[in-house]
Design a protein around this ligand. Structure first.
Ligand code: ATP
Ligand code: MG
Length: 274
């Protein structure tokens, strides 16, 4: 197979008409891949994403097969249709946190969406909002407004991207809420399979979303989470300047991170990880 793309976390190979999307155990923080892998992370992300693709059975997605992949990648790879990826990272936010919170504090808005005054860290938004970013091939993605997406993709496509992103977020968040998990925000990517707008990449995973235990949610402070935030916080606490190389992750932090990814998988899917 021809290796056609090395992402921070995943690799893409061409295999005949399809692509093999392989999730590694790498973890990236502030767009820097840390030197220490998290065991099972690639498989946990792949299995959770596959579970959601089935859940959103009515949304066209890129999956061709979850089993017809080379043996060495079993469990952490999917055979997918090659899509012409839309060059927008489609983000939905239901809660105020992270870069959204920073932007709100500076401007009172996130990606051009004006929000009520007086919101605190971790507050639930009056309704989920669409806050797209650029899809930078290197470096950091930058926030853009809905109008920027309209200029880039045309109004009809921009409106479909926004509606689909908010629908996936809302339906996913409803399911997760029944399992005691708040999905604070998430990122999805779409692409074109001929003229069909298709959900690609990964869906509602601990890498692409913020997952919080609902029973511990308390606006006004940082939330406990089942996602990458834990590693981000640890990396920040080391005094690291966010420039490569990133710090080696100690074994207790590796183990705790693995537990979080596993916890998210188990709560959301209802399956036991083995
Ligand atoms: P970058 O690609 O900028 O390094 P990243 O670190 O997010 O970003 P990964 O998530 O590791 O990259 O790699 C997955 C890549 O594969 C993404 O660029 C994503 O847009 C792309 N991709 C996902 N699904 C498909 C598909 N069906 N067809 C083509 N490309 C896809
Ligand atoms: Mg990605």
């Amino acid at each position: 197979m021809k290796h056609i793309h090395a992402g921070k976390v995943r690799d893409l190979y061409a295999d005949g008409e399809s692509l093999i999307l392989v999730a590694s155990d790498r973890v990236s923080v502030y767009d820097v891949v840390l030197p220490t892998p998290i065991p099972d992370k690639g498989a946990l992300l792949t299995q959770l994403s596959n579970w959601w693709f089935d859940y959103f059975a009515d949304v066209p997605n890129h999956v061709v097969s979850t089993t017809d992949v080379p043996d060495e990648f079993t469990g952490r790879a999917v055979r997918v249709r090659p899509l012409q990826m839309v060059q927008v990272e489609c983000i939905a936010r239901g809660y105020l946190v992270g870069s959204g919170l920073q932007e709100y504090r500076h401007t009172g808005a996130v990606s051009g969406v004006r929000l009520p005054e007086g919101l605190r860290e971790g507050d639930r938004l009056p309704e989920p909002i669409f806050t797209p970013t650029t899809k930078a091939s290197a470096g950091h993605d930058e926030p853009i407004t809905f109008d920027d997406v309209v200029n880039q993709e045309g109004r009809e496509v921009a409106e479909r991207l926004r509606a689909l992103t908010l629908e996936i977020y809302t339906r996913g968040a409803e399911h997760a809420a029944e399992r005691g998990v708040i999905i604070a925000d998430t990122k999805v990517e779409f692409g074109w399979n001929a003229d069909v707008l298709t959900l690609g990449d990964e869906v509602l995973t601990s890498d692409s979303s913020r997952f919080w235990p609902a029973d511990e949610w308390e606006p006004g402070r940082a939330q406990r989470s089942f996602d990458k935030q834990f590693v981000r916080d640890w990396a920040t606490s080391t005094g690291w300047d966010k420039e490569p190389p990133g710090p080696e992750i100690p074994s207790d932090i590796v183990a705790a991170t693995r537990e979080k990814y596993m916890d998210a998988y188990q709560r959301i899917t209802g399956h036991t990880w083995s």
